[in-house]
Design a binder for this molecule. Sequence first.
Ligand code: ATP
Ligand code: MG
Length: 315
Amino acid sequence: MGLVRHRRQLNLRLPLPEPSNLLPPFPDPSASSVDTSPAISASDLESLHVLGHGNGGTVYKVRHRRTSAVYALKVVRSGSDASLRRGARREVEVLRRAAGSPNVIRCHGSFEEPCGDEAILLEYMDLGTLESVLRNYGPFGESNLANVARQVLNGLDQLHSRKIIHRDIKPSNLLVNSKMEIKIADFGVSKIMCRMLEACDSYVGTCAYMSPERFDPDSNGGSYNGYAGDVWGLGLTLLELYLGYFPFLDPGQRPDWASLVCAICFGEMPSLPELASGEFRSFVECCLQKESGKRWTVSQLLTHPFVCKDPVSGA
Ligand code: ATP
Ligand code: MG
Protein backbone atom coordinates (compact mmCIF):
# COMPACT_ATOMS: atom_id res chain seq x y z
CA MET A 1 0.00 0.00 0.00
CA GLY A 2 1.40 3.34 -0.98
CA LEU A 3 2.16 5.85 1.68
CA VAL A 4 -0.31 8.69 1.42
CA ARG A 5 0.73 11.93 3.01
CA HIS A 6 -2.05 14.37 3.72
CA ARG A 7 -0.97 17.96 3.57
CA ARG A 8 -2.68 21.23 3.81
CA GLN A 9 -2.52 22.65 0.32
CA LEU A 10 -1.10 26.08 -0.10
CA ASN A 11 -1.82 27.74 -3.39
CA LEU A 12 1.09 29.93 -4.27
CA ARG A 13 -0.36 30.88 -7.64
CA LEU A 14 0.77 34.40 -7.73
CA PRO A 15 0.15 37.31 -10.02
CA LEU A 16 3.02 38.18 -12.31
CA PRO A 17 5.15 40.79 -10.59
CA GLU A 18 5.74 44.07 -12.34
CA PRO A 19 8.50 43.92 -14.93
CA SER A 20 11.58 45.52 -13.46
CA ASN A 21 11.65 48.23 -16.11
CA LEU A 22 8.45 49.60 -14.62
CA LEU A 23 9.97 49.94 -11.17
CA PRO A 24 10.32 53.38 -9.65
CA PRO A 25 13.59 55.15 -10.39
CA PHE A 26 16.63 54.56 -8.24
CA PRO A 27 16.02 56.23 -4.87
CA ASP A 28 18.14 59.14 -3.75
CA PRO A 29 20.79 57.53 -1.51
CA SER A 30 20.95 60.69 0.58
CA ALA A 31 17.28 60.37 1.51
CA SER A 32 16.92 60.22 5.28
CA SER A 33 14.62 57.20 5.26
CA VAL A 34 13.41 54.50 2.90
CA ASP A 35 9.90 55.51 3.79
CA THR A 36 8.75 59.08 3.40
CA SER A 37 6.16 58.87 6.21
CA PRO A 38 7.04 60.53 9.54
CA ALA A 39 9.87 58.79 11.41
CA ILE A 40 8.77 56.11 13.87
CA SER A 41 10.59 55.72 17.17
CA ALA A 42 10.73 52.96 19.83
CA SER A 43 8.08 54.69 21.99
CA ASP A 44 5.56 54.60 19.10
CA LEU A 45 5.61 50.79 19.03
CA GLU A 46 4.30 48.04 21.27
CA SER A 47 5.83 44.61 20.99
CA LEU A 48 3.39 41.75 20.31
CA HIS A 49 5.61 38.68 20.12
CA VAL A 50 8.86 37.27 18.78
CA LEU A 51 8.81 36.31 15.09
CA GLY A 52 12.26 34.79 14.88
CA HIS A 53 15.83 34.79 16.05
CA GLY A 54 18.88 35.12 13.89
CA ASN A 55 22.61 35.46 14.31
CA GLY A 56 22.25 39.20 14.49
CA GLY A 57 19.41 39.52 16.99
CA THR A 58 15.68 39.08 17.38
CA VAL A 59 12.77 40.03 15.16
CA TYR A 60 9.50 41.09 16.86
CA LYS A 61 6.01 41.61 15.57
CA VAL A 62 5.12 45.14 16.68
CA ARG A 63 2.13 47.45 16.44
CA HIS A 64 2.11 51.21 16.06
CA ARG A 65 0.26 52.57 19.11
CA ARG A 66 -1.55 55.32 17.19
CA THR A 67 -2.15 53.89 13.71
CA SER A 68 -2.35 50.17 14.71
CA ALA A 69 -0.18 49.36 11.69
CA VAL A 70 1.74 46.11 12.17
CA TYR A 71 5.45 45.80 11.38
CA ALA A 72 8.38 43.47 11.97
CA LEU A 73 11.12 45.05 14.12
CA LYS A 74 14.59 43.57 13.76
CA VAL A 75 16.60 44.43 16.86
CA VAL A 76 20.33 43.93 16.47
CA ARG A 77 21.98 43.46 19.86
CA SER A 78 24.64 46.01 19.13
CA GLY A 79 24.53 47.92 22.46
CA SER A 80 28.23 47.74 23.24
CA ASP A 81 29.50 46.22 20.01
CA ALA A 82 30.56 48.78 17.42
CA SER A 83 30.98 46.22 14.62
CA LEU A 84 27.42 44.88 15.10
CA ARG A 85 26.17 48.47 15.04
CA ARG A 86 28.06 49.14 11.82
CA GLY A 87 26.58 45.91 10.37
CA ALA A 88 23.03 46.96 11.24
CA ARG A 89 23.59 50.41 9.72
CA ARG A 90 25.01 48.83 6.58
CA GLU A 91 21.92 46.61 6.34
CA VAL A 92 19.71 49.73 6.46
CA GLU A 93 21.88 51.39 3.82
CA VAL A 94 21.46 48.39 1.52
CA LEU A 95 17.71 48.26 2.16
CA ARG A 96 17.51 51.94 1.29
CA ARG A 97 19.42 51.42 -1.92
CA ALA A 98 17.28 48.38 -2.78
CA ALA A 99 13.95 50.12 -2.15
CA GLY A 100 11.24 50.04 -4.78
CA SER A 101 10.98 46.40 -5.80
CA PRO A 102 7.77 44.57 -4.92
CA ASN A 103 9.95 41.54 -4.22
CA VAL A 104 12.40 43.10 -1.77
CA ILE A 105 11.34 43.59 1.85
CA ARG A 106 10.38 47.19 2.52
CA CYS A 107 12.16 49.11 5.26
CA HIS A 108 10.11 51.74 7.06
CA GLY A 109 13.06 53.27 8.85
CA SER A 110 15.52 52.60 11.62
CA PHE A 111 16.31 53.99 15.05
CA GLU A 112 18.44 53.38 18.09
CA GLU A 113 16.73 51.70 21.06
CA PRO A 114 17.20 53.38 24.48
CA CYS A 115 19.67 50.59 25.38
CA GLY A 116 21.78 51.40 22.32
CA ASP A 117 20.63 48.47 20.15
CA GLU A 118 19.94 49.23 16.49
CA ALA A 119 16.37 48.57 15.37
CA ILE A 120 15.18 48.19 11.77
CA LEU A 121 11.48 48.57 11.05
CA LEU A 122 10.34 46.27 8.25
CA GLU A 123 7.09 45.43 6.54
CA TYR A 124 5.49 42.44 8.26
CA MET A 125 5.18 39.21 6.27
CA ASP A 126 2.42 37.19 7.88
CA LEU A 127 3.24 33.73 6.51
CA GLY A 128 6.87 33.89 7.61
CA THR A 129 9.70 32.33 5.64
CA LEU A 130 9.67 29.81 2.81
CA GLU A 131 11.50 27.51 5.22
CA SER A 132 8.53 27.57 7.60
CA VAL A 133 6.05 27.20 4.70
CA LEU A 134 7.99 24.08 3.62
CA ARG A 135 7.89 22.73 7.17
CA ASN A 136 4.16 23.37 7.56
CA TYR A 137 2.84 22.49 4.11
CA GLY A 138 5.41 20.10 2.66
CA PRO A 139 7.23 20.20 -0.68
CA PHE A 140 6.14 22.63 -3.37
CA GLY A 141 4.63 21.70 -6.73
CA GLU A 142 6.18 23.05 -9.91
CA SER A 143 3.63 25.79 -10.56
CA ASN A 144 4.21 27.20 -7.08
CA LEU A 145 7.94 26.92 -7.61
CA ALA A 146 7.70 28.80 -10.91
CA ASN A 147 5.89 31.58 -9.06
CA VAL A 148 8.52 31.65 -6.34
CA ALA A 149 11.32 31.67 -8.93
CA ARG A 150 9.70 34.47 -10.92
CA GLN A 151 9.33 36.70 -7.88
CA VAL A 152 12.78 36.02 -6.44
CA LEU A 153 14.30 36.68 -9.89
CA ASN A 154 12.37 39.92 -10.06
CA GLY A 155 13.78 40.96 -6.66
CA LEU A 156 17.31 39.87 -7.59
CA ASP A 157 17.04 41.73 -10.89
CA GLN A 158 16.36 44.92 -8.95
CA LEU A 159 19.22 44.23 -6.52
CA HIS A 160 21.76 43.30 -9.19
CA SER A 161 20.86 46.29 -11.36
CA ARG A 162 21.72 48.43 -8.32
CA LYS A 163 24.97 46.53 -7.81
CA ILE A 164 23.78 44.82 -4.65
CA ILE A 165 24.61 41.19 -4.06
CA HIS A 166 22.59 39.50 -1.36
CA ARG A 167 25.02 36.64 -0.56
CA ASP A 168 22.59 34.65 1.59
CA ILE A 169 19.71 33.55 -0.62
CA LYS A 170 18.04 30.57 1.09
CA PRO A 171 14.51 29.56 2.15
CA SER A 172 14.79 31.19 5.59
CA ASN A 173 15.64 34.58 4.06
CA LEU A 174 12.68 34.62 1.65
CA LEU A 175 9.48 35.85 3.24
CA VAL A 176 5.90 35.30 2.10
CA ASN A 177 2.61 36.99 2.93
CA SER A 178 -1.00 35.98 2.52
CA LYS A 179 -1.19 37.89 -0.76
CA MET A 180 1.36 35.25 -1.81
CA GLU A 181 4.04 37.81 -2.46
CA ILE A 182 7.58 36.62 -1.97
CA LYS A 183 10.15 39.13 -0.74
CA ILE A 184 13.89 38.89 -0.35
CA ALA A 185 14.91 39.73 3.23
CA ASP A 186 17.88 39.71 5.61
CA PHE A 187 20.54 41.90 4.05
CA GLY A 188 22.89 41.34 7.00
CA VAL A 189 25.74 40.06 4.82
CA SER A 190 24.88 41.67 1.51
CA LYS A 191 27.31 43.90 -0.30
CA ILE A 192 27.18 46.91 -2.58
CA MET A 193 29.67 46.31 -5.37
CA CYS A 194 31.80 49.28 -6.35
CA ARG A 195 33.33 47.62 -9.39
CA MET A 196 31.79 45.11 -11.79
CA LEU A 197 33.79 42.18 -10.46
CA GLU A 198 35.24 42.57 -7.07
CA ALA A 199 36.92 40.11 -4.77
CA CYS A 200 35.18 40.01 -1.44
CA ASP A 201 35.24 38.06 1.75
CA SER A 202 34.01 34.66 0.69
CA TYR A 203 32.94 33.18 3.99
CA VAL A 204 29.91 35.26 4.68
CA GLY A 205 26.40 33.93 4.44
CA THR A 206 25.25 30.45 5.26
CA CYS A 207 27.85 27.91 4.26
CA ALA A 208 25.33 25.29 3.08
CA TYR A 209 24.03 27.67 0.40
CA MET A 210 27.39 29.00 -0.73
CA SER A 211 28.40 28.42 -4.33
CA PRO A 212 31.51 26.30 -5.12
CA GLU A 213 33.66 29.31 -6.07
CA ARG A 214 33.14 30.84 -2.64
CA PHE A 215 34.88 27.90 -1.03
CA ASP A 216 37.65 28.05 -3.61
CA PRO A 217 37.90 31.52 -5.18
CA ASP A 218 41.28 30.62 -6.75
CA SER A 219 39.53 28.27 -9.14
CA ASN A 220 37.94 31.44 -10.56
CA GLY A 221 41.08 33.52 -10.90
CA GLY A 222 41.13 34.83 -7.33
CA SER A 223 37.85 36.69 -7.52
CA TYR A 224 34.33 35.50 -7.77
CA ASN A 225 31.19 36.87 -9.25
CA GLY A 226 28.83 37.48 -6.35
CA TYR A 227 25.88 37.91 -8.70
CA ALA A 228 26.34 34.30 -9.83
CA GLY A 229 26.49 33.26 -6.15
CA ASP A 230 22.95 34.62 -5.66
CA VAL A 231 21.78 32.55 -8.66
CA TRP A 232 23.30 29.44 -7.07
CA GLY A 233 21.39 30.19 -3.84
CA LEU A 234 18.15 30.50 -5.81
CA GLY A 235 18.70 27.18 -7.62
CA LEU A 236 19.45 25.37 -4.38
CA THR A 237 16.45 26.96 -2.68
CA LEU A 238 14.08 25.80 -5.45
CA LEU A 239 15.52 22.29 -5.33
CA GLU A 240 15.08 22.17 -1.55
CA LEU A 241 11.49 23.39 -1.79
CA TYR A 242 10.81 20.71 -4.43
CA LEU A 243 12.49 17.80 -2.63
CA GLY A 244 11.53 18.81 0.90
CA TYR A 245 15.07 18.48 2.25
CA PHE A 246 18.46 20.11 1.75
CA PRO A 247 19.58 18.67 -1.62
CA PHE A 248 23.27 18.09 -0.88
CA LEU A 249 22.58 15.92 2.18
CA ASP A 250 20.47 12.81 2.60
CA PRO A 251 17.15 13.45 4.37
CA GLY A 252 17.87 13.68 8.10
CA GLN A 253 21.68 13.68 7.64
CA ARG A 254 23.45 16.03 10.04
CA PRO A 255 25.55 18.54 8.13
CA ASP A 256 29.27 18.75 8.72
CA TRP A 257 31.66 21.16 7.04
CA ALA A 258 33.77 18.58 5.20
CA SER A 259 30.89 16.63 3.63
CA LEU A 260 29.13 19.87 2.65
CA VAL A 261 32.19 21.31 0.93
CA CYS A 262 32.83 18.01 -0.86
CA ALA A 263 29.23 17.71 -2.05
CA ILE A 264 28.98 21.35 -3.16
CA CYS A 265 32.37 21.58 -4.89
CA PHE A 266 32.80 18.07 -6.29
CA GLY A 267 29.46 16.21 -6.01
CA GLU A 268 27.02 15.61 -8.85
CA MET A 269 24.00 17.86 -9.06
CA PRO A 270 21.38 16.27 -6.78
CA SER A 271 19.09 14.07 -8.88
CA LEU A 272 15.46 14.94 -9.44
CA PRO A 273 12.70 12.33 -9.59
CA GLU A 274 11.56 11.27 -13.07
CA LEU A 275 8.30 13.13 -12.81
CA ALA A 276 10.10 16.48 -12.66
CA SER A 277 9.47 18.39 -15.89
CA GLY A 278 12.24 19.09 -18.39
CA GLU A 279 11.74 22.82 -17.89
CA PHE A 280 12.24 22.64 -14.15
CA ARG A 281 15.27 20.36 -14.56
CA SER A 282 16.79 22.74 -17.06
CA PHE A 283 16.11 25.82 -14.91
CA VAL A 284 17.79 24.27 -11.88
CA GLU A 285 20.74 23.15 -14.02
CA CYS A 286 21.17 26.69 -15.34
CA CYS A 287 21.36 27.95 -11.72
CA LEU A 288 23.56 25.18 -10.34
CA GLN A 289 26.40 25.11 -12.85
CA LYS A 290 29.54 24.57 -10.76
CA GLU A 291 31.54 27.00 -12.90
CA SER A 292 30.13 30.41 -12.10
CA GLY A 293 30.79 31.65 -15.64
CA LYS A 294 28.47 28.99 -17.06
CA ARG A 295 25.63 29.86 -14.70
CA TRP A 296 22.82 31.90 -16.24
CA THR A 297 22.44 35.49 -15.09
CA VAL A 298 19.23 36.74 -13.53
CA SER A 299 18.25 38.52 -16.77
CA GLN A 300 18.78 35.31 -18.74
CA LEU A 301 16.79 33.28 -16.22
CA LEU A 302 13.89 35.70 -16.49
CA THR A 303 13.55 34.48 -20.11
CA HIS A 304 13.72 30.77 -19.21
CA PRO A 305 10.62 28.76 -20.24
CA PHE A 306 10.15 27.54 -16.65
CA VAL A 307 9.30 31.06 -15.46
CA CYS A 308 7.88 32.41 -18.73
CA LYS A 309 4.90 30.08 -18.79
CA ASP A 310 1.57 31.81 -18.30
CA PRO A 311 1.12 31.56 -14.51
CA VAL A 312 -2.63 30.97 -14.87
CA SER A 313 -2.94 28.58 -17.82
CA GLY A 314 0.52 27.01 -17.37
CA ALA A 315 0.98 27.24 -21.16
P1 ATP B 1 20.35 35.06 10.24
O1 ATP B 1 21.56 35.88 9.98
O2 ATP B 1 20.53 33.99 11.24
O3 ATP B 1 19.73 34.54 8.95
P2 ATP B 1 19.13 37.53 11.09
O4 ATP B 1 19.50 37.87 12.50
O5 ATP B 1 19.86 38.28 10.03
O6 ATP B 1 19.21 35.99 10.82
P3 ATP B 1 16.59 37.70 9.79
O7 ATP B 1 16.91 36.56 8.88
O8 ATP B 1 16.40 39.02 9.14
O9 ATP B 1 17.61 37.83 10.98
O10 ATP B 1 15.27 37.33 10.61
C1 ATP B 1 15.22 36.21 11.50
C2 ATP B 1 13.84 35.57 11.42
O11 ATP B 1 12.82 36.53 11.82
C3 ATP B 1 13.44 35.13 10.03
O12 ATP B 1 13.94 33.86 9.73
C4 ATP B 1 11.90 35.18 10.13
O13 ATP B 1 11.42 34.02 10.79
C5 ATP B 1 11.65 36.37 11.03
N1 ATP B 1 11.42 37.61 10.25
C6 ATP B 1 12.39 38.47 9.82
N2 ATP B 1 11.87 39.51 9.15
C7 ATP B 1 10.53 39.31 9.13
C8 ATP B 1 9.42 40.05 8.56
N3 ATP B 1 9.63 41.17 7.88
N4 ATP B 1 8.19 39.54 8.72
C9 ATP B 1 7.98 38.39 9.39
N5 ATP B 1 8.97 37.64 9.95
C10 ATP B 1 10.24 38.10 9.83
MG1 MG C 1 18.13 35.24 8.15
